[in-house]
Design a protein around this ligand. Structure first.
Ligand code: B16
Ligand code: MG
Length: 219
């Protein structure tokens, strides 16, 4: 049996920080006269901070200078960090610690593969940092999901071949990144949205030990 690499996305998989991204982007968009809805927020899942602001501006055909762009990004992150600072373990999504502990017990390798530049800070706040053997986040990659860079880098750090890696993702871009990397993609969320994944579950409470054991024993 080959040791497998289990790579977890952060936002929307381990913690529900989408609600904080929403509040911070909404405040910022409204401050420059742009409307921002929950539906638009959905389209920013898994998308880097730079790309998110580019999208928001393009939806309203607003052009700004590079300096303004940088200032707005900093402002959004400052607001977001305000929410992050109040996070604790109660914000971990259901059964995530149970799944992590099971995989660790089974001597499998665990990595984080997130687009967020705040990933380490969030893992620290929710006290899960020490569970991860490797952490690859928005500070390490130059190409955003759906590019597979983040997951390939995680596999490399775990010293596990991409075909022996399994990715948990809540975003379409992330599922595509895992597929392009040649990994097994497990979508966490809506079937209608994540249909490109190999397996789809609403959340971790639906994932059984038997399913994980089959993944571990997969040739
Ligand atoms: P930050 P993930 C992504 O994290 C979020 O889904 C996305 O909404 C966010 O814009 C992106 O991180 C960048 O986050 O502003 O903290 O660097 O889902 O890849 O863990
Ligand atoms: Mg995500």
């Amino acid at each position: 049996m080959t040791k497998k690499g289990f790579i977890f996305d952060l936002d929307g998989v381990i913690v529900d920080t989408a609600k904080y991204h929403f509040l911070a982007w909404k405040k910022l968009a409204n401050s420059i006269g742009i409307d921002f809805t929950h539906l638009q927020n959905e389209q920013l899942k898994g998308v880097s901070r730079v790309k998110s602001l580019e999208k928001i501006l393009s939806w309203s055909n607003k052009a700004i200078s590079e300096d303004q762009f940088r200032a707005l990004m900093a402002k959004k992150n400052e607001e977001y960090l305000g929410y992050i600072s109040k996070m604790d373990a109660s914000e971990i999504l259901p059964d995530v610690p149970k799944i992590l502990d099971f995989l660790i017990d089974q001597k499998q390798s665990i990595a984080l593969g997130s687009a967020s530049k705040n990933a380490r800070e969030i893992l620290k706040k929710v006290k899960l940092l020490e569970k991860f053997e490797a952490i690859v986040d928005g500070n390490d990659v130059s190409k955003a999901k759906p590019d597979p860079e983040v997951f390939l880098m995680a596999a490399k750090q775990l010293k596990i071949k991409p075909e022996d890696c399994i990715v948990f993702e809540d975003s379409v871009a992330g599922v595509q990144a895992a597929n392009t990397a040649g990994m097994i993609a497990i979508g966490i969320g809506e079937k209608s949205v994540l249909h490109e994944a190999h397996f789809i579950y609403n959340d971790f409470t639906e994932i059984s030990r038997e399913f994980l054991t089959n993944l571990i024993n997969r040739k």
